[in-house]
Design a binder for this molecule. Structure first.
Ligand code: ADP
Ligand code: MG
Length: 324
Protein backbone atom coordinates (compact mmCIF):
# COMPACT_ATOMS: atom_id res chain seq x y z
CA UNK A 1 0.00 0.00 0.00
CA UNK A 2 1.15 3.51 -0.77
CA UNK A 3 1.68 5.17 2.61
CA UNK A 4 0.69 8.56 1.23
CA UNK A 5 -2.79 7.10 0.76
CA UNK A 6 -5.25 7.07 3.61
CA UNK A 7 -6.03 3.70 5.14
CA UNK A 8 -9.74 4.48 5.40
CA UNK A 9 -11.36 7.09 3.22
CA UNK A 10 -15.04 7.95 3.63
CA UNK A 11 -16.66 10.38 1.22
CA UNK A 12 -20.19 11.80 1.22
CA UNK A 13 -21.53 8.89 3.26
CA UNK A 14 -25.31 8.87 3.63
CA UNK A 15 -27.11 6.32 5.81
CA UNK A 16 -30.89 6.35 6.10
CA UNK A 17 -33.34 4.56 8.35
CA UNK A 18 -37.01 4.10 7.60
CA UNK A 19 -39.50 3.93 10.42
CA UNK A 20 -43.26 4.33 10.14
CA UNK A 21 -42.77 5.32 6.51
CA UNK A 22 -40.58 8.22 7.55
CA UNK A 23 -36.97 8.41 6.36
CA UNK A 24 -34.34 9.82 8.68
CA UNK A 25 -30.74 10.44 7.71
CA UNK A 26 -28.62 9.21 10.58
CA UNK A 27 -25.50 10.04 8.57
CA UNK A 28 -25.68 12.81 6.01
CA UNK A 29 -22.61 13.46 3.89
CA UNK A 30 -19.78 12.41 6.17
CA UNK A 31 -16.14 12.65 5.00
CA UNK A 32 -13.46 11.07 7.16
CA UNK A 33 -9.89 9.86 6.64
CA UNK A 34 -7.69 7.66 8.75
CA UNK A 35 -3.98 7.35 8.05
CA UNK A 36 -1.96 4.28 8.97
CA UNK A 37 -1.06 3.95 12.66
CA UNK A 38 -2.86 7.10 13.87
CA UNK A 39 -5.57 7.40 16.49
CA UNK A 40 -8.56 9.37 15.25
CA UNK A 41 -11.36 10.46 17.54
CA UNK A 42 -14.99 10.65 16.48
CA UNK A 43 -16.85 12.64 19.10
CA UNK A 44 -20.39 13.91 19.50
CA UNK A 45 -23.51 13.57 21.59
CA UNK A 46 -25.46 10.34 21.83
CA UNK A 47 -27.54 9.78 18.70
CA UNK A 48 -25.42 11.94 16.38
CA UNK A 49 -24.46 9.01 14.13
CA UNK A 50 -21.07 7.81 15.38
CA UNK A 51 -21.94 4.12 15.64
CA UNK A 52 -23.88 4.17 12.38
CA UNK A 53 -20.78 5.58 10.65
CA UNK A 54 -18.66 2.78 12.12
CA UNK A 55 -21.17 0.05 11.29
CA UNK A 56 -21.32 1.26 7.67
CA UNK A 57 -17.58 0.71 7.34
CA UNK A 58 -18.03 -2.92 8.37
CA UNK A 59 -21.17 -3.52 6.32
CA UNK A 60 -23.17 -4.02 9.52
CA UNK A 61 -26.06 -1.58 9.11
CA UNK A 62 -29.22 -3.57 9.89
CA UNK A 63 -31.24 -3.63 6.69
CA UNK A 64 -34.14 -3.09 6.88
CA UNK A 65 -34.67 -0.56 8.45
CA UNK A 66 -31.33 0.98 7.45
CA UNK A 67 -29.31 1.37 4.30
CA UNK A 68 -26.23 3.12 3.02
CA UNK A 69 -27.84 5.25 0.35
CA UNK A 70 -24.88 7.23 -0.88
CA UNK A 71 -21.18 7.86 -0.77
CA UNK A 72 -17.97 5.86 -0.86
CA UNK A 73 -15.96 3.94 1.71
CA UNK A 74 -12.48 2.88 0.69
CA UNK A 75 -10.15 0.77 2.78
CA UNK A 76 -6.62 0.40 1.41
CA UNK A 77 -8.02 1.56 -1.89
CA UNK A 78 -10.75 -1.11 -1.94
CA UNK A 79 -14.38 0.01 -2.31
CA UNK A 80 -16.11 -1.52 0.72
CA UNK A 81 -19.64 -0.72 -0.42
CA UNK A 82 -19.20 -3.11 -3.33
CA UNK A 83 -18.03 -6.12 -1.32
CA UNK A 84 -20.20 -9.22 -1.10
CA UNK A 85 -21.06 -10.95 2.21
CA UNK A 86 -18.06 -13.32 2.09
CA UNK A 87 -15.59 -10.56 1.29
CA UNK A 88 -17.07 -8.45 4.11
CA UNK A 89 -16.67 -11.30 6.56
CA UNK A 90 -13.05 -11.67 5.54
CA UNK A 91 -12.51 -7.91 5.88
CA UNK A 92 -13.97 -7.95 9.39
CA UNK A 93 -11.68 -10.77 10.38
CA UNK A 94 -8.53 -9.59 8.73
CA UNK A 95 -8.47 -5.91 7.84
CA UNK A 96 -10.72 -4.08 10.29
CA UNK A 97 -11.72 -5.21 13.77
CA UNK A 98 -14.25 -3.59 16.06
CA UNK A 99 -14.53 -3.42 19.83
CA UNK A 100 -17.89 -2.40 21.29
CA UNK A 101 -19.00 -0.77 24.50
CA UNK A 102 -20.44 -3.84 26.19
CA UNK A 103 -18.15 -6.83 25.80
CA UNK A 104 -20.63 -9.18 27.51
CA UNK A 105 -22.91 -9.17 24.49
CA UNK A 106 -20.07 -9.96 22.09
CA UNK A 107 -18.74 -12.96 24.00
CA UNK A 108 -20.51 -16.31 23.95
CA UNK A 109 -21.27 -17.36 27.55
CA UNK A 110 -21.28 -21.07 26.67
CA UNK A 111 -17.69 -21.34 25.43
CA UNK A 112 -14.43 -20.69 27.24
CA UNK A 113 -12.39 -17.63 26.32
CA UNK A 114 -9.69 -19.93 24.94
CA UNK A 115 -12.04 -21.81 22.64
CA UNK A 116 -13.57 -18.58 21.30
CA UNK A 117 -10.12 -17.20 20.57
CA UNK A 118 -8.81 -20.33 18.88
CA UNK A 119 -11.97 -20.48 16.77
CA UNK A 120 -11.20 -17.00 15.42
CA UNK A 121 -7.66 -18.11 14.61
CA UNK A 122 -8.90 -21.22 12.80
CA UNK A 123 -11.43 -19.23 10.77
CA UNK A 124 -9.21 -16.34 9.73
CA UNK A 125 -5.62 -17.49 9.94
CA UNK A 126 -5.97 -21.28 9.56
CA UNK A 127 -4.03 -21.69 12.82
CA UNK A 128 -5.21 -24.70 14.84
CA UNK A 129 -4.41 -26.96 17.79
CA UNK A 130 -1.58 -26.14 20.16
CA UNK A 131 -0.27 -23.38 17.88
CA UNK A 132 -3.66 -21.63 18.14
CA UNK A 133 -3.72 -22.04 21.92
CA UNK A 134 -0.23 -20.59 22.17
CA UNK A 135 -1.16 -17.64 19.95
CA UNK A 136 -4.34 -16.96 21.95
CA UNK A 137 -2.32 -16.98 25.17
CA UNK A 138 0.27 -14.68 23.63
CA UNK A 139 -2.52 -12.21 22.69
CA UNK A 140 -3.94 -12.28 26.22
CA UNK A 141 -0.47 -11.52 27.52
CA UNK A 142 -0.12 -8.71 24.96
CA UNK A 143 -3.25 -7.06 26.40
CA UNK A 144 -1.67 -7.41 29.87
CA UNK A 145 -4.27 -9.92 31.02
CA UNK A 146 -3.45 -11.10 34.51
CA UNK A 147 -3.29 -14.94 34.73
CA UNK A 148 -3.63 -15.40 30.97
CA UNK A 149 -3.34 -19.22 31.01
CA UNK A 150 -6.14 -19.48 33.57
CA UNK A 151 -8.36 -17.03 31.67
CA UNK A 152 -8.10 -19.34 28.63
CA UNK A 153 -10.24 -21.90 30.46
CA UNK A 154 -12.67 -19.41 31.99
CA UNK A 155 -16.07 -18.21 30.78
CA UNK A 156 -16.94 -14.56 30.12
CA UNK A 157 -19.26 -14.35 33.15
CA UNK A 158 -16.34 -15.26 35.42
CA UNK A 159 -14.42 -12.14 34.39
CA UNK A 160 -14.71 -8.50 35.46
CA UNK A 161 -15.84 -5.83 32.95
CA UNK A 162 -12.27 -4.63 32.45
CA UNK A 163 -11.00 -8.18 31.88
CA UNK A 164 -13.80 -8.85 29.38
CA UNK A 165 -12.84 -5.72 27.47
CA UNK A 166 -9.21 -6.92 27.45
CA UNK A 167 -10.42 -10.23 26.00
CA UNK A 168 -12.37 -8.35 23.30
CA UNK A 169 -9.31 -6.31 22.40
CA UNK A 170 -7.18 -9.47 22.30
CA UNK A 171 -9.75 -11.09 20.01
CA UNK A 172 -9.85 -8.00 17.81
CA UNK A 173 -6.07 -8.15 17.47
CA UNK A 174 -5.88 -11.89 16.72
CA UNK A 175 -6.25 -11.20 13.03
CA UNK A 176 -3.65 -8.43 12.99
CA UNK A 177 -6.03 -5.74 11.69
CA UNK A 178 -4.70 -2.55 10.14
CA UNK A 179 -7.65 -0.65 11.63
CA UNK A 180 -9.30 -1.12 15.00
CA UNK A 181 -12.63 0.62 15.50
CA UNK A 182 -13.28 1.07 19.21
CA UNK A 183 -16.87 2.24 19.77
CA UNK A 184 -17.16 3.69 23.30
CA UNK A 185 -14.83 0.91 24.46
CA UNK A 186 -14.64 2.16 28.04
CA UNK A 187 -18.02 3.76 28.63
CA UNK A 188 -19.24 0.82 30.72
CA UNK A 189 -16.07 0.70 32.85
CA UNK A 190 -15.09 2.63 35.94
CA UNK A 191 -12.60 5.46 35.54
CA UNK A 192 -9.46 3.62 36.68
CA UNK A 193 -10.13 0.68 34.38
CA UNK A 194 -11.02 3.13 31.57
CA UNK A 195 -7.58 4.67 31.81
CA UNK A 196 -5.89 1.27 31.79
CA UNK A 197 -7.78 0.13 28.69
CA UNK A 198 -7.08 3.38 26.81
CA UNK A 199 -3.39 3.23 27.72
CA UNK A 200 -3.38 -0.36 26.52
CA UNK A 201 -4.91 0.61 23.17
CA UNK A 202 -2.23 3.24 22.73
CA UNK A 203 0.56 0.77 23.57
CA UNK A 204 -0.87 -1.71 21.11
CA UNK A 205 -1.02 0.92 18.39
CA UNK A 206 2.67 1.63 18.92
CA UNK A 207 3.59 -2.05 19.05
CA UNK A 208 1.49 -3.31 16.15
CA UNK A 209 1.00 -0.20 13.98
CA UNK A 210 -2.78 -0.67 13.98
CA UNK A 211 -4.65 2.57 13.33
CA UNK A 212 -7.49 3.28 15.76
CA UNK A 213 -10.82 5.00 15.27
CA UNK A 214 -11.83 5.88 18.82
CA UNK A 215 -15.51 6.69 19.11
CA UNK A 216 -16.57 8.49 22.25
CA UNK A 217 -18.87 11.14 23.67
CA UNK A 218 -16.13 12.09 26.12
CA UNK A 219 -13.87 14.95 25.08
CA UNK A 220 -11.49 14.21 27.93
CA UNK A 221 -10.80 10.83 26.31
CA UNK A 222 -10.20 12.53 22.95
CA UNK A 223 -7.81 15.04 24.50
CA UNK A 224 -5.66 12.36 26.00
CA UNK A 225 -5.74 9.66 23.37
CA UNK A 226 -6.18 11.01 19.85
CA UNK A 227 -3.97 12.57 17.19
CA UNK A 228 -6.85 14.06 15.22
CA UNK A 229 -10.54 14.43 15.89
CA UNK A 230 -13.79 14.70 13.97
CA UNK A 231 -16.63 16.45 15.76
CA UNK A 232 -19.98 15.11 14.63
CA UNK A 233 -23.34 16.79 15.00
CA UNK A 234 -26.68 15.39 13.83
CA UNK A 235 -25.25 13.13 11.16
CA UNK A 236 -22.67 15.56 9.81
CA UNK A 237 -19.07 16.45 10.55
CA UNK A 238 -19.03 19.92 12.07
CA UNK A 239 -15.30 20.26 12.43
CA UNK A 240 -12.11 18.24 11.98
CA UNK A 241 -8.70 19.14 13.37
CA UNK A 242 -5.56 17.98 15.08
CA UNK A 243 -6.32 17.50 18.75
CA UNK A 244 -4.00 20.25 19.96
CA UNK A 245 -5.44 22.74 17.45
CA UNK A 246 -8.98 21.86 18.42
CA UNK A 247 -8.37 22.36 22.11
CA UNK A 248 -6.52 25.63 21.39
CA UNK A 249 -9.30 27.10 19.31
CA UNK A 250 -12.73 25.83 18.27
CA UNK A 251 -13.96 27.10 14.93
CA UNK A 252 -17.46 25.64 15.09
CA UNK A 253 -19.87 27.02 17.69
CA UNK A 254 -20.97 23.47 18.44
CA UNK A 255 -17.40 22.46 19.30
CA UNK A 256 -17.15 25.53 21.49
CA UNK A 257 -20.34 24.40 23.23
CA UNK A 258 -18.83 20.96 23.81
CA UNK A 259 -15.71 22.49 25.29
CA UNK A 260 -17.89 24.16 27.87
CA UNK A 261 -18.05 20.65 29.30
CA UNK A 262 -14.36 20.75 30.15
CA UNK A 263 -13.70 23.57 32.56
CA UNK A 264 -10.47 21.86 33.45
CA UNK A 265 -8.92 19.51 30.91
CA UNK A 266 -7.13 17.57 33.59
CA UNK A 267 -10.48 16.33 34.84
CA UNK A 268 -10.46 12.89 33.30
CA UNK A 269 -14.05 11.97 32.84
CA UNK A 270 -15.39 15.26 31.51
CA UNK A 271 -18.68 14.66 29.76
CA UNK A 272 -20.32 16.65 27.03
CA UNK A 273 -22.18 19.64 28.38
CA UNK A 274 -25.88 20.10 27.86
CA UNK A 275 -26.08 22.65 25.11
CA UNK A 276 -29.46 24.40 25.18
CA UNK A 277 -32.01 23.16 22.64
CA UNK A 278 -32.93 19.75 21.29
CA UNK A 279 -30.36 17.00 21.13
CA UNK A 280 -28.37 16.28 18.02
CA UNK A 281 -30.97 14.17 16.32
CA UNK A 282 -30.79 13.80 12.60
CA UNK A 283 -33.80 15.05 10.71
CA UNK A 284 -33.54 14.94 6.94
CA UNK A 285 -36.29 17.55 6.64
CA UNK A 286 -34.39 20.25 8.53
CA UNK A 287 -32.90 22.71 6.02
CA UNK A 288 -29.53 24.39 6.42
CA UNK A 289 -27.14 23.85 9.29
CA UNK A 290 -28.56 21.36 11.76
CA UNK A 291 -26.98 23.20 14.66
CA UNK A 292 -28.66 26.51 13.72
CA UNK A 293 -31.64 26.08 16.10
CA UNK A 294 -29.22 25.81 19.04
CA UNK A 295 -26.51 28.14 17.76
CA UNK A 296 -25.90 31.49 19.47
CA UNK A 297 -24.44 32.87 16.20
CA UNK A 298 -27.16 31.68 13.78
CA UNK A 299 -27.68 33.99 10.79
CA UNK A 300 -30.25 34.01 7.99
CA UNK A 301 -27.89 32.09 5.69
CA UNK A 302 -27.67 29.23 8.19
CA UNK A 303 -31.20 28.07 7.44
CA UNK A 304 -30.66 28.04 3.66
CA UNK A 305 -28.25 25.52 2.18
CA UNK A 306 -26.25 23.44 4.65
CA UNK A 307 -22.74 24.86 5.09
CA UNK A 308 -20.08 22.97 3.11
CA UNK A 309 -16.96 21.63 4.76
CA UNK A 310 -14.14 24.09 4.13
CA UNK A 311 -10.43 23.68 4.57
CA UNK A 312 -9.05 26.20 7.02
CA UNK A 313 -5.57 27.11 8.18
CA UNK A 314 -3.36 24.36 9.57
CA UNK A 315 -5.13 21.60 7.68
CA UNK A 316 -8.28 21.91 9.73
CA UNK A 317 -11.78 21.83 8.35
CA UNK A 318 -15.05 23.34 9.45
CA UNK A 319 -18.60 23.44 8.15
CA UNK A 320 -19.94 26.79 9.37
CA UNK A 321 -20.97 30.08 7.74
CA UNK A 322 -18.87 31.98 10.31
CA UNK A 323 -15.85 30.66 8.38
CA UNK A 324 -16.40 31.10 4.68
N1 ADP B 1 -31.46 0.19 14.05
C1 ADP B 1 -31.87 1.46 13.89
N2 ADP B 1 -33.14 1.72 13.49
C2 ADP B 1 -33.58 2.99 13.31
N3 ADP B 1 -32.82 4.07 13.52
C3 ADP B 1 -31.56 3.88 13.94
C4 ADP B 1 -31.02 2.57 14.14
N4 ADP B 1 -29.74 2.70 14.55
C5 ADP B 1 -29.51 4.02 14.60
N5 ADP B 1 -30.58 4.74 14.22
C6 ADP B 1 -30.68 6.20 14.13
O1 ADP B 1 -29.41 6.71 13.85
C7 ADP B 1 -29.11 7.75 14.75
C8 ADP B 1 -27.65 7.68 15.10
O2 ADP B 1 -27.43 6.53 15.92
P1 ADP B 1 -26.00 6.12 16.43
O3 ADP B 1 -25.03 6.13 15.31
O4 ADP B 1 -26.17 4.85 17.16
O5 ADP B 1 -25.64 7.30 17.45
P2 ADP B 1 -24.35 7.44 18.37
O6 ADP B 1 -23.68 8.69 17.92
O7 ADP B 1 -24.88 7.59 19.76
O8 ADP B 1 -23.51 6.23 18.20
C9 ADP B 1 -30.01 7.57 15.95
O9 ADP B 1 -30.41 8.82 16.45
C10 ADP B 1 -31.19 6.81 15.41
O10 ADP B 1 -32.20 7.73 15.05
MG1 MG C 1 -22.97 4.78 19.57
Amino acid sequence: MNTSESLLRIRDLVVEFVSDGRVSRAVDGVNLDIWPAETVGLVGETGCGKSVTALSVLGLIPSPPGKVSGGEIQFEGQDLLRLGPDQLRRLRGEGISMVFQEPMTSLDPSFTIGSQMTEVLAAHRSVRGSAAAAEARRMLELVRMPHAPRVMSQYSFELSGGMRQRVMIAMALLCQPRLLIADEPTTALDVTVQDQILALLDDLRRETGTAILLITHDLGIVAENCDRVYVMYAGRIAEAAGVDDLFDEQLHPYTRGLMGAIPDLTVKSARLVDIPGDVARADASLPGCRFAPRCPHAMAVCTGDPPAMRAFRGGREVACYLHT
